[in-house]
Design a protein around this ligand. Structure first.
Ligand code: NCD
Length: 317
């Protein structure tokens, strides 16, 4: 594997290798000295054209724990705001000797373009491109589900699990990445969204669709309930739902709906949360919530991705 652009490119074996390697990385993070020498001498550039908190610092922590040199490049305050193109930015990074570029961009397809434009020699890791893909988020979600819901997680996939993904599917790269990865790993995916937040052309996606959260809770035994953020910054033009109160009434997770999950059911959210809109504070902070753990697992998963792309066959240290 040279790049990590989309969960659609991952075979079951690739995904299992990533998750197993993340498990090994997580184990190293419990040691007193958490830094591994594996990527010493390599340069990882974090190229962020869109705001991010957890994904950027998570990739930065992952690269640093593997001893890579990290350069953070945010479009704000750089020549990009003077109109520099993606190509010229890429040529600059190549001239600086980037071994890997972690890219987040507002345009769907930007990561693919960076990987296949012929401008960079290194690996490209997609940290979110428009509404398209966010593969490391789906991998950290699968890693978290495996830890909580699979009795012997070594080498196992997620066969037999039911995962509901709820809310603003239309604007969500997290939903798209999860639908394909979860399907590859054998889980059943139920999407829950108002008709106005369902993407056109969803029919071939490997999942089923229901239109209210109550219906999903009634008709399925849900092992993992993944709430999506309502992405108001992408809702130009408005009209996606009548009012925030109406959205919460049909799609919000509160204590009552949470109590309809099976005993082992977990609650997830990629963050950042709109507390009180798609999820109540009670649900977000409950003992079923693994939201903070998702963030911690993100570092191990990104260490695994960087390691597998950059250290290749050279062997772990
Ligand atoms: C997600 C993203 O940026 O796509 N957040 C994240 O990476 N943790 C989801 C979101 O912004 O709603």
């Amino acid at each position: 594997m040279r790049h990590l652009l989309s969960t659609r490119d991952l075979s079951r074996e690739d995904a299992i290798t990533l998750l197993d390697t993340a498990g090994q990385m997580a184990a190293t993070q419990e040691r007193e000295v958490r830094k591994l020498p594996t990527l010493r001498g390599k340069t990882v550039v974090n190229l962020f054209f869109e705001d991010s908190t957890r994904t950027r610092i998570s990739f930065e922590a992952a690269a640093k724990r593997l001893s890579a040199d990290v350069i953070n490049f945010s479009a704000k305050g750089s020549s990009v705001s003077k109109g520099e193109s993606l190509k010229d930015t890429a040529l600059t990074l190549q001239a600086m000797g980037a071994d890997a570029v972690v890219v987040r961009h507002w345009a769907s397809g930007a990561a693919y373009q960076l990987a296949h434009g012929g401008w960079l020699h290194g690996s490209v890791l997609n940290a979110g491109d428009g509404t398209h893909q966010h593969p490391t988020q789906a991998l950290l979600d699968a890693f978290t589900m495996r830890r909580h819901l699979v009795s012997d997680p070594t080498g196992a996939d997620l066969a037999g699990l039911t995962v509901a993904i709820v809310g603003d599917v239309l604007h969500s790269r997290v939903a798209r990445s999860n639908v394909y990865l979860l399907h590859t790993l054998g889980a059943r995916v139920v999407l829950v969204a108002p008709p106005t937040l369902v993407p056109v052309g969803i029919e071939p996606w490997p999942c089923t669709l229901v239109h209210t959260l109550d219906e999903a809770l009634e008709t399925h035994e849900i092992d993992a309930l993944m709430m999506l953020r309502v992405q108001r910054e992408r809702m130009t033009g408005g009209g996606f739902f009548p009012s925030p109160g109406e959205y919460t009434r049909l799609y919000g997770l509160d204590a009552d709906r949470m109590s309809r999950l099976p005993d082992h059911g977990i609650v997830m959210h990629p963050g950042p949360m709109n507390r009180g809109l798609e999820i109540s504070a009670e649900a977000a902070d409950s003992s079923r919530s693994v939201i903070v753990e998702q963030v911690a697992n993100g570092v191990a998963v990104r260490m695994a991705a960087l390691y597998l792309l950059l250290a290749g066959e050279e062997g772990a240290s």
